[in-house]
Ligand binder design. Structure first.
Ligand code: ARG
Length: 461
């Protein structure tokens, strides 16, 4: 047991209680952030004359050495210490002597852990954002190559109206654009530095909090209220919320791919590299990666609910409950990063069966709305047109054919308004290409979006 406290205790900690309380097994992953924060703190303490320049220099150099040794594997973070903060301070003191004991002047583990977690989260947000950008680039390639690949669009998972593969993928592009905007928004709001808040009530040392905020690149400067600073995990909840939404998008996308990859649809074939087989059924090639992404979504939702629940009953300021923020958050971060990477690989290598998609778009009456619109353009009120086409669809269903197969006489049996141009008006080509309102699948409308996505991806790179 190696602890930073003990002076006021008569007896040692029960071993089980010690283990229960310790966080080193998981907070060790914040060693970089802990050292980075301590370097900033020591630098500021030295500049403000709170510790001597020599001590500040020895501390900073000592911390840099610890970082180097941990990174190279020379120094192991063992569970002999209670947490990552104790580990760094203890090793520092072992290495540089008394100066190491001055590092914690005007600081508490409460503002220290608040800082570490913020720094760690900020780094993770940036990394998730970069991964999403790579996924968007893969999507953009698919979009650009499929502006004229027809496929059915669905509502209620029933064929509805024809769209293009580019348009379909564009819908997911939009979701990921919103996801990245959410991430950027969180960074903006969380970018204030809690260091210097002490345990809860600041400190009597003349700390220069602006300076540490600047050294640690917090654009908003120091936090405004020391009690809030040590007890705030809003930014982490917001990040978990953003991650949950990202997973919801990936899960919906996965679900589509699983359905499209089925024998019944055959719209796509997932590459062998992202599929698995069955131990008993030799013919099987299963979409496990997509299923796992869908499955892991629950776990990320769980992290969000877990932290919200942990935080909801905590009186100000810091309470140890808050240590429970870490394992769930780390797990969610790892899960989402892994899922985005795997998903990106899967869609980069997936094969779209354009012929199957187009054939599917041609049946299932996806042009029924266009047939009604044809009548409307010739002066028939829409509600009447809807009824006329509905009856013709029923006739086609009875006879096992498509609207395109009806003879002109058959069309005319429901309305004299029909003429020879009905065939062109309801062709797949026309149905898609004439949809040119902003946001619609028509080539020219989609091309505008492609131009936007291109400049967006460059701007945000
Ligand atoms: N391991 C603790 C946590 O993650 C660090 C803060 C400890 N502070 C304290 N007063 N015991 O929250």
């Amino acid at each position: 047991m190696a602890q930073l406290w003990g002076g006021r205790f008569k007896n040692g900690t029960d071993q089980n209680a010690y283990d229960f309380n310790a966080s080193i097994t998981f907070d060790r992953r914040m060693y970089r952030e802990d050292i980075q924060g301590s370097i900033a703190h020591a630098t500021m303490l030295g500049e403000a004359g709170i510790i001597s320049d020599d001590d500040a220099h020895a501390i900073v150099e000592g911390l840099k050495g610890i970082l180097e040794d941990v990174e190279s594997g020379k120094l192991e973070i063992t569970s002999k210490y209670e947490d990552i903060h104790s580990f760094v301070e203890a090793v520092l003191t072992e290495r540089i002597g008394d100066a190491g004991k001055r590092l914690h002047t005007g600081r508490s583990r409460n503002d220290q852990v608040a800082l570490d977690m913020k720094l760690y989260t900020r780094r993770e947000i940036k990394s998730v954002d970069e991964k999403l950008a790579r996924l968007q680039k893969a999507l953009l390639t698919i979009i650009e190559n499929n502006l004229d690949t027809f496929m059915p669009g669905f509502t209620h998972l029933q064929k509805a109206q024809p769209v293009t593969l580019a348009h379909y993928m564009g819908a997911y592009m939009e979701m990921f654009i919103r996801d990245r905007a959410r991430l950027a928004d969180i960074i903006k709001r969380m970018n204030s530095c809690p260091l210097g808040s002490g345990a809860l009530a600041g400190t009597t040392y003349p700390l220069n909090r602006k300076r540490t905020a600047e050294l640690l690149e917090f654009d908003l400067g120091p936090t405004r209220n020391s009690m809030d600073s040590v007890s705030d995990r809003d930014y982490l909840i917001e990040f978990l919320d953003a991650l949950a939404i990202i997973m919801m998008h990936l899960s919906r996308f996965s679900e589509e791919i699983i359905i499209w990859n089925s024998n019944e649809y055959r719209f796509v074939e997932i590459d062998d590299a992202y599929s698995t087989g069955s131990s008993i059924m030799p013919q099987k090639k299963n979409p496990d990666i997509a299923e796992l992404v869908r499955g892991k979504t629950g776990r990320v939702y769980g992290a969000l609910i877990s932290l919200l629940t942990t935080m909801k009953g905590i009186p100000l300021a810091y309470d140890k409950d808050m240590q429970e923020d870490k394992e769930v958050a780390y797990d969610a971060m790892d899960t989402v990063s892994g899922c985005i990477e795997l998903f990106t690989g899967m869609i980069e290598t997936i094969r779209f069966r354009k012929d199957v998609m187009e054939k599917s778009a041609k049946n299932g009456f996806t042009n029924a709305t266009d047939a009604a619109d044809y009548l409307v353009k010739k002066g028939v009120p829409f509600r009447d047109a809807h009824g006329i086409i509905g009856r013709l669809v029923l006739k086609c269903l009875d006879e096992g054919k498509a609207l395109d197969d009806l003879s002109l006489d058959e069309w005319k049996s429901e309305s004299e308004v029909f003429e020879d141009d009905i065939y062109d008006a309801i062709s797949l080509q026309t149905c898609v290409e004439k949809r040119l309102t902003d946001g619609a699948p028509g080539h020219a409308a989609m091309q505008k979006n492609v131009d936007y996505y291109k400049s967006y991806l460059k701007v945000n790179d």
